[in-house]
Design a protein around this ligand. Structure first.
Ligand code: AMP
Length: 176
């Protein structure tokens, strides 16, 4: 069975969460199945191996679930990009709008150096504002963004167009 079929079988859809009109994709059942977790990691790693990636940028908070292991398997560092006020100084920030609401992302300034080749990783690409903000943070710190790694891509929200400004190398295991 393909990884896409396996994931579609377990990802739970929650209508009208966290606000009316949003069809929330709940990836937490993946973590009840250790073999599936392994398959997910393998599929994520396969896409990026041998590309000289030095850092994986994981987005708060579900980008922290597979991000560190993805980084480890690629022989890269892992960097947390977090919501405002969670990281100690010195940080830089970017504000953006998301599928539901407004937010600010921050990164610790010395976590990324000029010359780093990074990918941005999160659970899901919706409108693309979050991933684009994370890519912008990495670029502000001098990194080259080689691409984006997601578990899920909600293609009907056209987030691809937004993140393409940073890199057109966009990979997701499941597309709706
Ligand atoms: P966006 O900036 O619109 O691409 O939103 C992506 C971020 O919001 C990711 O960190 C997701 O975890 C979360 N998100 C947005 N829409 C959904 C959804 N329908 N189901 C689950 N998470 C979502």
């Amino acid at each position: 069975m393909s990884i896409e079929t396996q994931l579609k079988a377990v990802i739970r859809e929650v209508p009208d969460f966290p606000i009316p009109g949003i069809n929330f994709k709940d990836i937490s059942p993946i973590f009840l199945d250790p073999l599936l977790m392994q398959d997910v990691i393998r599929a994520l790693v396969n896409e990026w191996q041998g590309k000289g990636i030095t850092k994986v940028i994981g987005i708060d908070s579900r980008g922290f679930l597979f991000g560190p292991q993805l980084a480890q398997e690629l022989g890269a560092g892992f960097v947390m990009v977090r919501k405002k006020g969670k990281l100690p100084p010195e940080t830089i920030s970017v504000s953006y709008s998301l599928e539901y609401g407004e937010a600010t992302l921050e990164s610790v300034v010395d976590s990324i150096q000029p010359g780093d080749k990074v990918i941005v990783h999160d659970d899901l690409l919706a409108t693309g504002g979050t991933a684009r903000a994370a890519a912008l943070l990495a670029q502000k710190l001098g990194a080259e963004v080689l691409g984006f790694s997601f578990l899920v891509h909600l293609s009907f929200l056209e987030g691809e167009a937004k993140v393409k400004e940073a890199s057109s190398n966009i990979h997701a295991l499941v597309t709706y």
